[in-house]
Design a protein. Structure first.
Length: 290
C-alpha cells in the first residue's frame, strides 16, 4: 500500500505552487507595465517618423493612414529649401559654447561648494535653475537690445548658461565630495597649490561626472526654445525655432514638420546612444558618492 503523504508536505507543496504563481503573475505584471510605458514614450517618435515619410494628403487625412508609399520629399525640402543645415550649425555652436563656458565656471563653483560647504551658494544656483525662464527673458532682451547683441551667438550662449551651468554644478558637487581630501593634502605636501591640485588631482578623478554633466548640459541647450525664439534672428536661428518655418497662418506642413523634428532629435539620440555608458556611470557614481 502507498504510504499517506503527510499533511505538512502537502501544505508545503501547495505553498510552493502559490509562490511560483505569484512570482509569475508579478513578472507578467512588470513586463506589461514596462510595455505600456514604452508604448506611451515611443509612440510619439514612431508617429513623428511616419509623418515625415507621408505626403501632405496622407497627413491631413481624417482617417489615420498606416499603409502608404514612403517619400523622402519632406527631408529634401527641409534641407534644400529651408537652410536647415545652417540652423543645425547654429544650434551646435550655441550648445557647445554654453557647455564649455558652463564647465569653466561650474566646475570651480561645484568644487568650492563641496569643499567649503557653501550651502547658500548651492541654494542660490538651484533657485536660479528652478525659476521660470520667462522671468529672465524680458531683462535679458532689454539689455541685449541696448548692447546691440540681439541675433548674436554671444547673447544666446549667455542665456543658455542658465540652462546648463546649474545642472553641471549640482551633478559635480557629489563627485567632488566623494574625492578623499587626503589626495589633495598629499598634493599640497608635494608643493601644489589648491588650483594645481584641483586641475591635476580632482578633475581627472571626476572625469565620468564631467562627461555626464557636459552631455546633459549640451542636450538641454540644444533643446532650448524660449530664449532662442526671442533672442535669435536670421543669422543665429537654431533648429527648435526653425521648425516654425513649417507653420503658417493658413496651413501646417506636417510632413516638413515631422522631417524637421526627426532631424532635430537624431543628433541628440545618436550622441546619447554612443556615450550612454558615460552618462549612466557618471550619474550612478555621483549618487553613490553623495
Amino acid at each position: 500500500m502507498t504510504a499517506a503523504v503527510p499533511a505538512s508536505a502537502l501544505a508545503a507543496a501547495e505553498a510552493a505552487r502559490r509562490a511560483r504563481r505569484a512570482k509569475l503573475v508579478k513578472t507578467i505584471g512588470i513586463f506589461l507595465l514596462i510595455a505600456i510605458v514604452l508604448v506611451i514614450m515611443l509612440f510619439p517618435f514612431y508617429w513623428m517618423v511616419l509623418t515625415s515619410l507621408r505626403s501632405q494628403v496622407d497627413n491631413v487625412s481624417r482617417v489615420p493612414v498606416w499603409w502608404f508609399t514612403p517619400t523622402w520629399e519632406n527631408y529634401q525640402n527641409v534641407i534644400s529649401r529651408n537652410n536647415f543645415l545652417t540652423f543645425t550649425w547654429n544650434s551646435f555652436v550655441v550648445a557647445a559654447l554654453s557647455t564649455a563656458i558652463g564647465l569653466v565656471l561650474g566646475l570651480p563653483a561645484a568644487y568650492s561648494i563641496a569643499r567649503f560647504k557653501q550651502d547658500g551658494l548651492a541654494l542660490a544656483i538651484l533657485i536660479a535653475r528652478l525659476t521660470p525662464y520667462i522671468t529672465y527673458l524680458v531683462p535679458w532682451y532689454l539689455a541685449f537690445r541696448a548692447l546691440g547683441l540681439i541675433d548674436t551667438y554671444l547673447a544666446l550662449t549667455l542665456t543658455h548658461l542658465i540652462v546648463g551651468m546649474p545642472l553641471i554644478v549640482w551633478i559635480m558637487i557629489s563627485f567632488f565630495e566623494g574625492v578623499p581630501q587626503d589626495l589633495e593634502e598629499a598634493a599640497f605636501v608635494d608643493g601644489a597649490t589648491r588650483i594645481g591640485a584641483f586641475v591635476r588631482v580632482i578633475l581627472p578623478l571626476s572625469t565620468p561626472g564631467i562627461v555626464a554633466a557636459s552631455i546633459l548640459a549640451f542636450i538641454f541647450s540644444w533643446n532650448q526654445f524660449l530664449f532662442s525664439l526671442v533672442l535669435s534672428g536670421p543669422n543665429t536661428r537654431p533648429v527648435p525655432v526653425a521648425v516654425f518655418n513649417f507653420i503658417s497662418y493658413g496651413q501646417i506642413d506636417f510632413g516638413g514638420l515631422g522631417a524637421a523634428a526627426v532631424m532635430i532629435t537624431l543628433p541628440v539620440l545618436i550622441l546619447t546612444l554612443v556615450i550612454q555608458r558615460w552618462i549612466v556611470t557618471g550619474l550612478t557614481m555621483g549618487a553613490v558618492k553623495g
